[in-house]
Design a binder for this molecule. Structure first.
Ligand SMILES: [Zn+2]
Length: 200
């Protein structure tokens, strides 16, 4: 997938954060996350590590041009999630909403009806019976630029084995992080089933 290769190339060529005093990466800098205490760890993971699970996103019948890839890297204490999506409809006009709500759903299928695409994906993954947006499957929304969205984030709300054969859903609206049960995120416009990456 050319788009994905381009994104990964840009990620891997990004300059690491450097200490002004020494000119070398400074693991004790306040810029560094506590786990793992290495500023370059995440970009190195995205460049070289094998993801433990993945989902190919496919748009609904109204948005067949949407394609995406979500990768899950198991870091032990947390999961590093990388999402890239193309074919999104987002206006470049000022004051327009470019955010798309993004969640991990409990169901194992992207099947649905014409009226309710991907309805068999079920609700947000929520094994602890929490309110939204404290569901284990609640993710940061994706920000669209020129039809493309890319994001990487950490979550420690589940283990890899918890999410295999569940689903990732992209919604047409932003997540208000308040409304129950799903943040008033609107219709489901893309879906992908999460599969385990086979060991080489
Ligand atoms: Zn939720």
């Amino acid at each position: 997938m050319l788009f994905m290769e381009t994104i990964l190339e840009e990620v891997s060529s990004a300059k690491p954060l450097r200490s002004k005093a020494s000119g070398s990466p400074d693991a004790s800098s306040s810029y560094c996350p506590p786990i793992p205490a290495n500023c370059q760890f995440f970009t190195t993971t995205l460049r070289y590590a094998n993801p433990s699970a993945f989902a190919n996103l496919q748009g609904c019948p109204l948005h067949p041009e949407i394609r995406g890839l979500v990768l899950f890297y198991d870091l032990g204490d947390a999961i590093l999630v990388q999402a890239s999506v193309e074919g999104l409809s987002c206006s470049s006009a000022v004051c327009q909403n470019h955010f798309f709500a993004f969640h991990l759903h409990s169901g194992s299928s992207c099947a649905g009806t014409e009226r309710e695409p991907f309805s068999l994906a079920g609700g947000h993954y929520n094994p602890e019976d929490c309110p939204h947006p404290s569901h284990a499957g609640d993710f940061p929304p994706l920000l669209c630029s020129h039809g493309i969205a890319w994001s990487a984030f950490l979550t420690d709300r589940f283990q890899i084995q918890d999410i295999i054969n569940r689903t990732v859903i992209l919604h047409e609206d932003s997540d208000d992080f308040t409304s129950q049960p799903a943040g008033n995120a609107g219709a489901r416009i893309a879906c992908g089933v999460i599969y385990q990456v086979e060991e080489p």
